[in-house]
Design a binder for this molecule. Structure first.
Ligand code: ADP
Ligand code: MG
Length: 319
């Protein structure tokens, strides 16, 4: 199978056929029609085998995850996804692998209405780069810089599942099968919180997606906004498996520090609390209050009895 056959067989026109794609895969570049009056939101993320995922990750999960982690960035901006490009570096063109990868990517693309409009395909160590483009009305993007003292701190969904899955994969914990499968699914198939991000436009004062762990990612909001925060660790929303394994998995530091959950962390002015909770419900997404923004810089994380469990400044850094 040659390069062009590979592209046309697996990647030409993947996802819904959108009216605003004038030229998609197959020419030198895509030609796209952004809606009048909307701002374009762009983001790119790379997944490298052995760094972002174990080399033996099943291809369907990888196809899903490569798109999902990018959609999560659009969700954190409150943007609506439209178009994607895909840069694939592969050690070999294996049909079974490509079929699985394209199918994982396509299923999520169809769910969220994003079309693959181009890309690049090269030979080398397995690396997947996805670029996403979306729209947001002027002035409506959720930024990291808008948090103010007194704002309430919320997170979507549940935290710590992906971190627990990593501990299970690294053989540090032997989870029973149902728990293991539930948390592995959260690691392999993160669901970007697009509906919640859009619903909270004009309500949340700041937002970020939790890819490196809540403490690290909230740290970016605090830095960009010039504020601090106090997190009540025992208010962090956790799943049943995480609750069961918390004592063996590092306690409340797990949902506080573990990455890869792709939930959203949002700040909400107190006057918009009811609106935020209604927007979360309308988006079909659980929103949990976990702390408060304050004027004193830095992050403080406490247990209910007042014990300080603030993680040392962290998050995964490549350099
Ligand atoms: P060029 O040599 O001009 O870079 P390519 O041969 O790389 O063109 O690509 C041919 C067409 O196929 C282009 O439209 C490109 O966007 C598309 N394409 C290449 N690789 C991929 C991919 N992995 N997924 C989607 N489209 C791709
Ligand atoms: Mg090329």
């Amino acid at each position: 199978m040659g390069e062009f056959e590979l592209i046309s067989r697996y990647f030409a026109g993947l996802g819904p056929q959108r009216q605003d794609v004038l030229v998609g895969v197959g020419d030198d570049a895509a030609v796209l029609q952004p809606p009048a009056g909307q701002m374009l939101v762009a983001s790119v993320d790379t997944l490298v085998a052995g760094v972002h995922f174990p080399g033996e990750t099943d291809p369907e999960s990888l196809g899903h995850k490569a798109l999902a982690v990018n959609l999560s960035d659009l969700a954190a901006m409150g943007a609506e996804p439209a178009w994607a490009t895909l840069t694939l570096t592969l050690p070999a063109a294996e049909e079974g692998w490509l079929e699985g990868f394209a199918s994982g990517f396509a299923t999520l693309a169809a769910q969220v209405g994003i079309q693959l409009v181009g890309g690049d395909t090269t030979r080398g160590p397995l690396t997947v780069t996805v670029n996403v483009l979306g729209f947001v009305p002027p002035g409506a993007a959720l930024l990291r810089s808008g948090a103010r003292p007194g704002d309430l701190l919320y997170v979507t969904g549940q935290l710590g599942d992906a971190g627990l899955a990593l501990l299970a994969l690294q053989q540090e914990l032997r989870l029973p099968k149902p728990d293991r499968e539930a948390v592995l699914r959260r690691l392999d198939r993160p669901q970007p919180r697009l509906a919640a991000g859009r619903a909270l436009r004009g309500i949340a004062s700041a937002a970020i997606d939790v890819s490196d762990g809540l403490a690290a990612d909230l740290g970016h909001i605090l830095e960009a906004s010039g504020v601090g925060a106090t997190v009540q660790a025992e208010r962090l929303p956790i799943s049943e498996p995480v609750r069961r394994w918390l004592p063996q998995a590092g306690g409340w530091v797990l949902p506080l520090s573990a990455g890869d959950d792709y939930e959203l962390c949002l700040t909400v002015p107190p006057s918009r609390q009811a609106a935020a909770e209604a927007a979360g419900a309308q988006a079909g997404c659980e929103l949990t209050w976990v702390g408060t923004i304050d004027a004193r810089r830095g992050l403080r994380c406490n247990l209910d009895d007042g014990t300080d469990i603030t993680p040392s400044a962290g998050g995964y850094r490549h350099f």
